[in-house]
Design a protein around this ligand. Structure first.
Ligand code: NAD
Ligand code: 6OH
Length: 494
């Protein structure tokens, strides 16, 4: 059986439990919609609490089966084979991701799918090369002791993911989790079930022992998400999503004292100094505001520009914004749809709120005229505001759409204070040709990641995550090992 059985009308998307695809045991299902057209293209089988329990039990059993007995080298070979199979089936993953998200094919083919494979290769390397820790310890009797650490998998890891980069963000967790010898139960977003389900075919194809990788479909409260995070046999929870959801999951994780890794929301600032290379800043920031239709946690939703170049910057950004044509089938298709009608209403609510609060709409602010198959898609116009106050709602709350407010500043101290005045702390970017200032201001940002004269450049070995309401913990390179393993220190009296 495969992840998706297709009919002339819609696809049926199944759960993947203990190496097999199956419907939900309570016969519940929900609609899978293509956001570019608004049309139903599939039916997703919702996992019941019993199905989720079966998935957790299968993951637990796999820990003591062949998977749990494998050497690191054997695990590395398997997850490397997963990466190779994802690359071999890149077109299938591309079709699945585009169907679920409506995003333009060039976005998914350049970002989402390649990172799906890279996230497995990266952590195969990390676990193969990660040194251990040891100490020669003088002892009170004048002798010696030898201390060293061994790392063991945490166990069954619950992986709860969002809809904006479904394969990327799921494998960013599954890759290191499996590399470290854990097993996983994945709960993809209800909006984007396909690539997580499809990965089950890859796991079977490479000979991954059954129960190592499981997928349960559903929603959050009262559904698969809550059933999974409250299951007492889950040993750790890694979650990416909204801050409010993180708070709800954290309460469930407290039962049983499970470790958590959270990648949450943000309200990321960009600072453009008067000496910035304007071409670089406009290219980088227009991507940061409009890539993936602004549905990027690392995206920029507030830009502070040093006053002497404010008007020039606004004009250049407006021209760039108008180059992002809504639509995914046109030859210049750059701006895909938002993920759902509900999310579009949320974003349009912020578009209205900005104007109510006195903002000037430089470009956009509404819904584009689109005809044909995409007339039913969840599109909005790329939007820029000026005459926004730092304290306005659209400058403080995460919108998660293709829009940003632009505010002038006059001094370095002033703009550092403005940038850091938020409950979030995910990322920032600083644009200046004075690199001493670039280093200085970047270090002053209270965020997990700060880019200087760049954005979304990713070295997967680096620490990735946020502070404050943007998350708990860091993932990436050896930082993922800290979350996905338990350490035992062994002391031997010599
Ligand atoms: N920091 C990062 O790296 C990062 C990356 C991508 C997205 N995000 C954030 O994710 C959000 C957008 O994604 P979203 O709308 O899918 O987020 P969301 O929080 O609505 O949902 C995320 C996942 O959590 C599940 N869920 C919801 N309520 C739950 C509950 N009570 N218990 C268990 N599971 C539950 C959902 O079904 C979904 O699978 C934005 O806030 C964005 O900033 C952060
Ligand atoms: O929308 C958020 C994107 C997050 C990206 C990563 O987690 C990554 O690049 O590893």
């Amino acid at each position: 059986m495969t992840s998706v059985s297709s009919s002339p009308i819609t696809d049926t998307i199944l759960n993947f439990i203990d190496g097999s695809y199956r419907e939900g045991s309570e016969g519940k299902s929900f609609s899978n919609v293509n956001p570019a057209t608004g049309a139903e293209i599939g039916v997703v089988h919702e996992a019941s609490q019993a199905d989720v329990a079966d998935a957790v039990a299968a993951a637990k059993a796999a820990l003591t089966g062949p998977w749990g007995k494998m050497t690191t080298a054997e695990r590395v070979n398997l997850i490397t084979a997963v990466a190779t199979e994802i690359e071999r089936r890149a077109d299938d993953f591309l079709a699945a991701e585009v169907a679920d998200t409506g995003k333009p094919r060039h976005v998914a083919s350049h970002i989402d799918i390649p990172r799906g494979a890279a996230n497995f290769r990266m952590f195969a390397d990390v676990v193969s090369t990660m040194p251990g820790e040891s100490f020669n310890t003088p002892t009170p009797d004048g002798g010696q002791a030898f201390n060293y650490t061994v790392r063991k998998p945490k166990g069954v890891v619950a992986v709860v993911c969002p809809w904006n980069f479904p394969l990327l963000l799921m494998t960013w967790k599954v890759g290191p989790a499996l590399a470290c010898g854990n097993t996983v139960v994945v709960k993809p977003s209800e909006e984007t079930p396909r690539t997580a389900a499809l990965l089950g075919e890859v796991m079977n194809a490479v000979g991954m022992p059954k129960g190592v990788y499981n997928v349960v479909h559903g929603f959050g409260p009262g559904s698969a998400g809550e059933f999974l995070t409250s299951n007492p046999d889950v040993d750790a929870i890694t979650f990416t999503g909204e801050t409010g959801t993180g708070q709800a999951i954290m309460q469930k994780a407290a039962t049983g004292v499970r470790d958590i890794s959270f990648e949450l929301g943000g309200k990321n600032p960009a600072i453009v100094f008067a000496d910035a290379d304007l071409d670089k800043a406009v290219e980088g920031l227009s991507r940061s505001v409009f890539l993936n239709t602004g549905q990027v946690c690392l995206g920029t939703e507030r830009v502070y520009v040093e006053r002497p170049i404010f008007d020039a910057f606004v004009a250049r950004m407006a021209a760039a914004a108008q180059g992002f044509k809504p639509g995914v089938t046109g030859d210049r298709a750059y701006l895909g749809p938002l993920i759902s009608a509900e999310h579009r209403e949320k974003v349009l609510g912020y578009y209205r709120r900005a104007v109510e609060d006195g903002a000037t709409v430089v470009t956009g602010g509404g819904v584009p005229e689109i005809s044909g198959a995409e007339a039913g898609g969840f599109f909005v116009e790329p939007t820029l505001w000026i005459d926004v106050a730092h304290g306005d709602t659209v400058m403080r709350e995460e919108i998660f759409g293709p829009c940003c407010g632009i505010v002038p500043f006059d001094s370095e101290d002033e703009v550092i204070a403005l940038a850091n005045d938020t409950v979030y702390g995910l990322c920032a970017s600083v644009w200046t040709e004075n690199l001493s200032r670039g280093h200085r201001v970047a270090a002053a940002m209270e965020v997990g990641v700060c880019w200087v004269n760049s954005w979304f450049l990713r070295d997967l070995r680096t620490a990735f995550g946020g502070s404050g309401h943007s998350g708990i913990g860091r993932e990436g390179g050896v930082h993922s090992l800290e979350f996905y393993t338990e350490i035992t220190n062994i002391c031997v009296k010599l």
